[in-house]
Design a protein around this ligand. Structure first.
Ligand SMILES: [Cu+2]
Length: 160
């Protein structure tokens, strides 16, 4: 029962943020376990991340791995250089995989969470994030089929 209570609290928090889009995640997906949206003024580093398809039928993020230091605020700039929509979401692996199942049931679900974005071909986007807790996390594109085509990688937050 505890899980159900947490899930409804998460939903209430999402509503409070005005971050509710069409389609909702009903499970507790704890999107802030690796930190929180950060302030640009605190960011000392910018990482450029590209999403695209490859000629041999894969879908990739460049770079393939991300690493940050605990407490640092980073500007993540995204460019979709592909011909399909792509998404970026970062979270614990368990939460990413739970999200993946939800996306497969409901492919048009939109995310309005701070830890994710979706870009049309040619579009750019930005997430400014403070990585407040060290650990091993994952980033992925959860548009159905994309994870399996290669769109996921490790995100490590190291202790200072
Ligand atoms: Cu994708």
């Amino acid at each position: 029962m505890r899980l159900l209570i947490i899930a409804s609290m998460t939903a209430a928090l999402a509503l409070g943020n005005g971050a509710f889009a069409t389609g909702t995640h009903e499970e507790d997906h704890d999107e802030y376990s690796l930190g929180m949206a950060g302030a640009k003024a605190k960011a000392k580093r910018t990482i450029n991340i590209t999403m695209r398809e490859t000629n041999d039928g894969k879908m990739i993020f460049e770079p393939k791995k991300l690493q940050f230091r605990e407490g640092e605020t980073v500007v993540l700039n995204f460019t979709n250089k592909g011909e399909a929509d792509h998404e970026f979401v970062m979270d614990t692996e368990a939460n990413v995989l739970a999200h993946k199942v939800e996306m497969e049931k409901n492919p048009d679900m939109e995310h309005a969470d701070d830890n994710s974005l979706r870009l049309a071909p040619g579009e750019t986007g930005q997430i400014i994030w403070t990585f407040s807790k060290s650990g091993d996390y994952t980033f992925a594109c959860l548009i159905p089929g994309h994870y399996e085509s290669g769109m996921h990688g490790p995100l490590k937050v190291t202790k200072n």
